[in-house]
Design a protein around this ligand. Structure first.
Ligand code: SF4
Length: 315
């Protein structure tokens, strides 16, 4: 498999937000706290958690769209965080981003054929005729043969997303970061878009899938990192194990309402106010310090003082 595509070590991100009034001091808001992450070639890693858990900020830092406040990020073994943008440019084409809102990435005046051709010319360095042929090939592969010359406003939501996927996949990147690539789509369309993405991912490439959709994480990801309040609270191979952290268990339970993690503790374990396990002496321990991420085995780690032994998934 070779070395990791992505190596994230102890990464943190704190945003400085303006105070409530013009004369108030700015506030430091931590978004990501002490995260480690690796993505191997051919691996799909899901980042899951509620809005505000830090998953999108972490994913954006991996691509250099945000700079970490602390820690380091390397891509394919070479430093990436802290490297001046002009020195990243030559490598950027190998690391691609699929945005949540496809229209933010599409020029309203450009047809899918023009958009993908331009990407292959400008970023892939292909001559115009080759770029056009390559664009047609990938668009046809993604089922857009009849929409090559339509304008984005005339495409359905699923088709717009497939155009953004075509632009990224045409470049055969080593790493794709897909940020909620199916948000707003009907369930059957979501499946089709994910099939288009993962079914056409080059074999040696990796993907970070940022998602609220736990069924997508279960279906496609080799590993999931569950985030809460900026930290990874469970890292799990969902094909082999069931989550054991109480927050992750609720998150992956399709019947749990309301979504877990509404009220968070400011000290100790953030899930303490909602935790069904924390009681008596255990609750005191949970309130005293943030639980560290402890490894249960090579495919499962959890940050919880009360978590039980992992449950192996039924075949
Ligand atoms: S550390 Fe304590 S409060 Fe946090 S999830 Fe585990 S048992 Fe609950």
């Amino acid at each position: 498999m070779g070395g990791p595509l992505v190596t994230v070590r102890g990464v943190e991100k704190t945003f400085q937000l303006p105070g409530a009034w013009p004369w108030s001091p700015s506030r430091a808001v931590p978004a990501v706290l002490g995260v480690n992450l690796e993505v191997a070639p051919g691996e799909i890693v899901a980042l899951v958690g509620q809005s505000g858990s830090g998953k999108t900020t972490l994913a954006r830092m991996v691509l250099g769209l945000e700079e970490p406040t602390a820690g380091s990020i390397a891509l394919e073994g070479q430093a990436w965080s802290g490297v001046p943008e002009k020195d990243r440019q030559a490598r950027r084409v190998k690391y691609q981003y699929v945005p949540q809102d496809p229209m933010s990435a599409l020029n309203p005046q450009q047809t899918p054929l023009e958009a993908v051709s331009e990407t292959l010319r400008a970023l892939g360095g292909l001559p115009a005729a080759e770029a056009r042929a390559g664009a047609r090939e990938v668009l046809v592969k993604l089922g857009l043969e009849a929409r090559l010359n339509a304008l984005p406003r005339d495409l359905s939501g699923g088709e717009q997303r497939r155009v953004t996927l075509a632009r990224v996949l045409a470049l055969e990147p080593r790493l794709i970061v897909a940020d909620e690539p199916t948000s707003g789509l009907e369930p059957d369309r979501r499946q089709a878009v994910l099939r288009d993405l993962f079914g056409n991912l080059p074999e040696a490439s990796g993907c970070i899938l940022v998602t609220h959709d736990m069924s997508a994480a279960r279906a496609w990801a080799h590993r999931a990192l569950v985030m809460l309040a900026g930290r990874v609270i469970e890292e799990i191979d969902l094909r082999a194990y069931e989550p054991v952290h109480p927050y992750a268990r609720l998150l992956f339970d399709p019947w749990s309402r309301p979504a877990p993690g509404g009220e968070l503790a400011e000290t100790g374990c953030p899930f303490l106010p909602d935790c069904p396990l924390a009681d008596g002496p255990l609750a005191e321990r949970c309130a005293a310090a943030v639980p560290p991420l402890s490894r249960l085995n090579d495919r499962h780690a959890v940050a919880c003082y009360g978590a039980e032994a992992p449950t192996v998934r039924d075949a």
